[in-house]
Every structure is written in structure tokens, then in C-alpha cells.
Design a binder for this molecule. Sequence first.
Ligand SMILES: Cc1ncc(COP(=O)(O)O)c(C=O)c1O
Length: 337
Amino acid sequence: MLAHVPDHVHELPTPALVVEREALEGNLAAMSAALPGARLRPHVKAHKTTALAELQAGAGHLNFTCATPLEMEGMARAGLGDDLLLANEVVDDDRLSRLARLDGRVTIAVDSDATIDAAARNGIREVIIDVNVGLPRCGCDPGDAGRLADVARTRGLAVRGVMGYEGHAVGVEDRPTRVEQTATAMEALVKAHADVGGDLVSAGGTGTFDINTWATEIQAGSYLLMDAAYDKLSMPFRPALSIVATVISVSPGWAVADCGLKALGMDHGNPNVAGGTVWYCSDEHVVFSPDAEPLDVGDRVRVFPAHIDPTIAYHERMHIVDGDRVVDTYAVDLRGW
Ligand SMILES: Cc1ncc(COP(=O)(O)O)c(C=O)c1O
């Protein structure tokens, strides 16, 4: 951690992750109003920060989704282990047996005989059947979900229900298409649920938070801080996270700031720079043309990442700001696997 955290944004060593307090609180409240309590199972992979998960718990969401064993362990250690769902497959004996010993309720996604075997032999007690609903990633064939649930129960595991992430739909800009793709995906999940049983139908993301009415709980995470990719979808959430960068070089027609590929998740495209048009990023640089005012070396700019999850994973801390005042600093303490 920084020995001394400056009080002012202009004094932060850059690149620095900053979160606008007002936008953060607005996003938190908007989602809690739409999906109160257990209707939302916030995905902590988006922010990897127990201090933000505590805010979500304070808003009434006590059940969480995680993507890595380390996120599960960190959440339990922080006292946020009421009901943790690892929405991801794991076969590592060491990690699974550690998860089985956590102080908290632990549920693991399984989508094959091998992942069920790994969970059972390492003392995991509860699983959820992960169903492929159209995103070519993890998840069993919907027609195999009932059989896998039987196998799990035979191995002594409690089956809490099904999960199926419609990741191919969440970012579709055209809303009618997003609605149609979500409906098709959830039809498959609901059918699988009929074969599996259990209380949970866990699905959804920020882009389908108000569309996915089939799931019993929505696994949205990005809504809290938002990013440039999701901001195109006209949702009631505002970009709250940006990176403060310093202009380190100026040439006729363009400027360069110290926020490049190693400080930014780029899989959803270039970031936006406030007051400029981005040309490209290289390892340690964002190159952009200023919209109006010529910039000077030493000026500060705000860079808005296209994808927050991998962006945050590059940083050790985030600063909560009220205008230009730094009001708090949180450790990004759930990084790693
Ligand atoms: C399993 C799972 N559930 C839910 C989400 C939703 O997250 P977001 O809020 O970013 O749409 C993701 C994102 O990748 C995911 O992998």
C-alpha cells in the first residue's frame, strides 16, 4: 500500500484507479431498487474488492458470485461468506479442499463427471449444475443436466439448482435482440432446471438485469462501476471508474498519457479519454488527439476503460473520490487465483 495516500486526485501517482463516490452510490441504489436482496447475487469478479462487496452487503445483497477460489477465500475471510457461489469449474484438489474448509456456505459450479468427482473427493458439500445456454464456454449440454444432478447426489453432494450465463446476449446493443437471445437461453435453462430440481436458477449479468425474469437471481457485477462497453446500452448506471493519467509528451496534433495496455483491459476495445479521441494504446501509453485545448506535459486526463474487470485486476488499489478530493482508498484484495 501507499505509505501516504494524497488527499487530492492531482497528487496521486499515475496511472491511478479512481471511483466517483456519487456515481458508485447511484449505481448501488439503482440496482438495489430493481433487484432487492437475494434477487441479486453480485459478481465480485468485476471489482475484486471486499470493501465494495461490503457496500453491496450493506445494500441488502448477502449472497455473492465469485469467479476464482481466491475470491471465495477472500470473501469468507472478510466475513462475507453467508452464501458464496463459485460460478466456475475447478479441478485442483488443493484449492477445492481449501474451499471445503472455508468459514461460510460454499457452492461450486460443476458441468461434468470429472468436476463432480473433484468436488466430492475434496469435501465440497454443495454444487450447482452449470448449463451451456448458448455461450461457448463452460456448462453442460442442457439435456445432460438431469443426469449430472443424479450423479452428484449419488456422490453425496447437495444440488442447489442450475446456473447458465447468457454471456453472448448481455452486451448486445440492440435491446430487442438482447431480449430475444436471453429468452432463448433461459428457455434452455428452465428446461434443465425441471430435470435438476433445487431452489436456484442463477443467471444474468448487467446487460440483462431487467430482462432476465426467468432466473431466481441475477449475477450482475459490472453495474457497480460500469465501463465504456456497457455504457452504450442505456441503462440506469453511470461509469464510476476511471484511470487518472499524466500527459508525458505532447506533439502537434496528439498527446501521450501514461496509461497503456498494462493498466487497462483492452479486450472490449480502446478506452475513452475525457476531452480527447483515442488513437491507440501501447504498453505504457495512451495516444490521443485533444478535442479542443492543447494539453501541456504534466496535465492530468481521465481514461475510461472499455472493460472494467481486467482493468481492475491490474491495479493494487482504487481511490474513492468526491470531485478532486480523495475520500478513501480500498485495496483490490481479491486479485489472483
Ligand atoms: C458467470 C458469470 N455470471 C455473470 C456475469 C455478469 O457480469 P456483468 O455484470 O459484467 O455482466 C459474468 C461476466 O462475465 C459471468 O462470467
